[in-house]
Design a protein around this ligand. Sequence first.
Ligand code: ATP
Ligand code: MG
Length: 258
Amino acid sequence: MCRVIAVANQKGGVSKTTTSINLGVGLVRAGKKVALVDADPQGHLTMGLGFPKNVRVTLKNMMENIIMGVEFDPKDAVLSHKEGVDVIPSNKLLTGMDMSLLTVEDREMVLKEYLELLEADYDYIIVDCMPSLGMLTINALSAAHSVLIPVQPQYYAADGLMELLKVVKGIKQRFNPKLEIEGILFTMDSSRYNNSKRNKQAVKNAYGDEMRIFEDSIPRSEALAETASEGVSIFSYDIRSKGAESYKKLAQEVLNHA
Ligand code: ATP
Ligand code: MG
């Protein structure tokens, strides 16, 4: 059975896209069939895997087909990356979708309807969300079995989480009763700083009893920052790096959960 994981945090730059890519490729390396969905008009996941900005068929076209109720091939948008992961790309043309969804019937369910057409082909579908809690993110949370939340261990991290968890709870009540929290993942962690340790502890104290907090955090690493411009995952870029090791462990933890 296919498991849909939304990678979400309305805070910008916390490593959602980097985590989507490297978790996805980590799962492929463990023998799973994986699709990555770029649900962000910034198109960073698309570009970060080396695909062009002006790619012809995107997630936007797929969602429009669902909205209009026309017949279409759901695989039209699927691109294949050389590391074995499939990608449903996006670019800035997706920007209007947040607004146009507002007038659509069952507007929260459009992405879910699309992903259901793909589920037979994959073990995991990972949705990289944009840094907002708008309609696209609500669609991702409505479509997902679980939400994975990357958090940078900064002072205000626990505050931002509260807002996100409220939205997750709302979606669970109204649209997606089975939605689970996959876990909180600390990213860009400089564990040698006491300050980072304190902030992680604050999040653990606030949420550790209610949800999984992944054992291993993702370190801040030059290699991980450089992968985007190379269009590959950390596993291709530097298999021996700490970053590769930590994303391998994350993939393993996610597999153990299923
Ligand atoms: P946005 O909210 O804009 O979608 P995001 O949450 O998807 O951002 P990323 O794009 O993955 O975050 O990461 C933000 C920046 O930090 C990027 O330049 C990325 O290369 C870099 N980065 C991500 N993870 C790490 C890391 N572990 N160590 C160092 N740099 C990182
Ligand atoms: Mg991103």
